[in-house]
Design a protein around this ligand. Sequence first.
Ligand code: ASP
Length: 316
Amino acid sequence: MKVALAVHGGAWNVPDDDLQDHQAGIERSLRHGWQLLGAGASALDAVTSVVQLLEDDPLFNAGTGSHLNRLGKVELDASIMEGNDLQAGAVAAVERIRNPILLARAVLERSEHVLLVGKGARRFARENEVPECRARDLLIGRARETYLRIRAGETDLIATEFAPRDESSAKTGPEHMGTVGAVARDSSGCIVAATSTGGTLDKYPGRVGDSPLIGSGTYADSRLGGASCTGWGEGIIRVVMAKSTIDRISAGDELTAAADAALDNLARVGGRGGMILIDHDGRPAAAFNTPRMARGLACAEHGLRAGVDASMERLA
Ligand code: ASP
């Protein structure tokens, strides 16, 4: 069976100064996951490990380095879905969990539920020995600085998160970060997808985006394909982006045509974003309608490719 991997570090307005770091971060995670899959790891283990690596990288808006909500707190969302048995686990609005993807996976494997939120999710973490951390361990200077700037009235930072900036705001520097995700198909043909995020800038406390919602931010069915989405969550939820794209593929759409159609539908509700996909034959793809998206694709046929701008580099 064809092995494939797709990873992303968010579809948004990555500033010029951050391009190289995002390229390097996404390459690191792609190589890591590809090596695991090559060594015979299951898609479930490879995807978990890739997302954990990206959560630990402060460059990305997931785990360490997440955005702050309107009250200055980090609240995290994550989900993972296994496509053989359609098993899924997700957590939303959780605080003080270093790796929400590990908690989502614990929900998948050890709970009779699919989605746990807030205090209940933390209680489940404690019972299942998923590591907790201090709130400040997840906080990085850049996220705090952005929070203070928004509080001081720079609300255009919120408006330009996913849309192109004009010339003047392009000078404001790297204030955003990107959600992370991974989709893999292992040698047994199992497809797994996962997504993890700190959510959108200045989100209302308790706000939950698409990332932990199965069908919207994440979906996997080994018979059809898998997807992880990123972008404006309120729009992605309304068009049920991950599942509707997989459905287009199963109805016969070519992979990128299906993703482009899903993004056109997202634009209908005023949304911007992107997604990574793997189809049932192990073909990986990525698509976005934001200015940039950090993404990487790996398969035997095309090797390893990664990019943040429109083009992708083939990796040695
Ligand atoms: N989709 C995420 C959310 O709305 C944010 C992102 O992908 O950047 O929470």
